[in-house]
Design a protein around this ligand. Structure first.
Ligand SMILES: Cc1ncc(COP(=O)(O)O)c(C=O)c1O
Length: 408
């Protein structure tokens, strides 16, 4: 006699999910280091991430642009669009970059632009010269290419071109070089005009691609940074940018300026990933920046004023609260201060722990190096852009107390 029980198939064993070896081997930090994971006081002041202040993001203008975009007949903003991005936005970006519109590919932010650059130009196992100290998320992207790295010193004027030249003369043959040319993350310096030209000359001579990662470029305080013409006129540079620091990271919108010979590879790669960035977000930002031609620049003016005031306030507060303990250079732009501990007796790890106990969090400089040969561990990276001035005063006072725990 058959019963329902005997007819029923045996329960299926769940098969294990498989992780490709490349993914299983990923080791670069997933987050932004232990400072973002530490238990912290509920009243902690967090000088952690280079994020914009909500006060200078154009919220109402974005809302109005969104309403206009959604009132268009046929709702093009909710349809598919081109791999490279939508026309009004690309044209606006191309004009600001001083390049032809064909060379602009709209991305889902700066990190995506870097991923596209890496995946469309590197063979597995290639050597890549990188900033030392480095913005560590780049190393995450590099892991997918299984690349090895050649650290190149970064000083107060950005990438040390002499160090790079020495490595090349000694026989190093990187396929690419990664640097942040303007208001470096973490070390706040900017590459001078002459060094930009030399970098491009070296790239053209030795045949490597420069990934020039430039999210802080627009946030200058006094003089605008050096021109990017040397980058945008070379077939050996992919110039990477983003709206993250100017309109907000949540938009996930950026762009790359692609050299003509690399266009087919980058478009082919992109069309095999996500097809294109959100048509809707592109349409809203495109509407925002084109409908009122001065709006983007007036937004930037407000941001520059705010961040400049905060940078000055933090430098002054550190000098008041911990006189002589930090060597500071007032940033020319961007969102980071990179003070150096002047007293070798101060243990920077203990300082970070004591600062956390006092209620101030920041990134230790030791988190950023890509190799030996820097004094990054003697530095702190203090992100001031999103912190109101009275809290910057308080943060400096707490840091001063943390220092005195070691020195007194
Ligand atoms: C140097 C650098 N590159 C890239 C990025 C990533 O930008 P996005 O948020 O647009 O991906 C950041 C963000 O902090 C950055 O500091």
């Amino acid at each position: 006699m058959t019963t329902l029980d005997t007819l029923a198939a045996p329960p299926l064993e769940p098969a294990p999910t498989r992780t490709p070896a490349l993914i299983a081997a990923l080791t670069a930090p997933k987050g932004f280091g232990d400072a973002t994971l530490r238990d912290r006081r509920t009243d902690a002041i967090e000088l952690l991430g280079g994020i914009p202040d909500a006060a200078v993001l154009p919220a109402s203008e974005l809302a109005e642009a969104t309403a206009r975009v959604l009132s268009r007949p046929g709702l093009p903003a909710l349809q598919y669009s081109r791999t490279e991005g939508i026309s009004p936005l690309r044209e606006w970006i191309a004009e600001r970059e001083g390049v032809s519109v064909d060379r602009i590919v709209v991305t889902n932010g700066g990190f995506h632009g870097l991923s596209l650059a890496i995946q469309s130009t590197l063979e597995r196992g290639d050597l890549v010269a990188v900033d030392n100290p480095i913005f560590p998320l780049f190393l995450r992207g590099l892991e997918l290419a299984d690349a090895s790295i050649l650290p190149i010193r970064v000083g107060s004027d950005g990438l040390d071109i002499e160090h790079l030249r020495d490595e090349l003369r000694a026989g190093a043959r990187p396929a690419a070089l990664y640097t942040v040319p303007d208001f470096h993350n973490p070390s706040q310096g900017t590459l001078p005009a002459e060094a930009r030209r030399e970098l491009v000359d070296l790239a053209e001579h030795y045949g490597f691609i420069v990934y020039a990662d430039n999210p802080y470029r627009e946030l200058w305080f006094g003089d605008a940074p050096e021109s990017v013409d040397a980058f945008n006129s070379s077939d050996h540079v992919i110039h990477v940018n983003t709206f993250t620091k100017t309109l907000g990271p949540g938009l996930r919108l950026g762009w790359i300026v692609v050299p003509e010979p690399l266009r087919p590879a980058i478009t082919a790669l992109r069309s095999r990933q996500d097809s294109h960035s959100s048509t809707f977000v592109q349409a809203v930002v495109g509407e925002l920046v084109t409908a009122e031609p001065t709006l983007f620049d007036s937004t930037l003016q407000r941001a520059r004023r705010l961040y400049r005031g905060r940078a000055e306030r933090l430098v002054a507060a550190l000098e008041r609260e911990a006189p002589g303990s930090f060597e500071t250079v007032l940033p020319g732009g961007g969102l980071f201060l990179w003070p150096r501990l002047t007293d070798d007796a101060v243990d920077p790890d203990r300082l970070a722990a004591d600062a956390s106990a006092e209620g101030v969090e920041y990134q230790r400089g030791s988190f950023f190096p890509s190799g030996p040969g820097t004094d990054s561990d003697r530095h702190l990276r203090l992100a001031y852009g999103h912190i109101p001035e009275p809290q910057l005063d308080e943060a400096a006072a707490r840091l001063g107390r943390a220092l005195r725990r070691q020195l007194d």
